[in-house]
Ligand binder design. Structure first.
Ligand code: HEC
Length: 79
């Protein structure tokens, strides 16, 4: 996961600033439940401690979805 290692990891590995940690399915469950559209919106425009684009300014929507599913270790089933 090259993209993860150069962006999301800096906060989502340690959980700094309250970021849901990679692999912590419990912390991610309610967020994943918001569905694809809301997750993408917050990832791209930023959300509380989460910086816009999560420091991956050239990531596509599909790549963000892959990254979120990787961190949450679950599939985003809601649109
Ligand atoms: C500078 C630190 C930082 C980086 C880098 C970062 N995040 Fe986050 N992220 C956060 C924090 C803090 C939160 C929790 C925000 C909150 O309080 O709800 C968060 C929350 C999220 C959420 C959940 C939003 C919600 O609806 O609750 C998603 C999705 C997310 N990050 C995706 C990503 C992706 C994808 C990347 C890499 C491309 C990334 N983040 C990189 C800090 C970061």
């Amino acid at each position: 996961m090259t993209l993860y290692n150069r962006s999301c990891i800096s906060c989502h590995a340690s959980g700094s600033a309250g970021a849901p940690r990679t692999g912590d399915a419990t912390a991610w469950a309610a967020r994943i439940d918001q569905g694809r559209e809301m997750l993408l919106k917050r990832t791209k425009s930023g959300w509380i401690g989460m910086p816009p684009m999560g420091m991956c300014t050239d990531c596509t929507d599909e790549q963000f979805i892959d990254l979120i599913e990787y961190m949450a270790q679950s599939k985003i089933t809601k649109p």
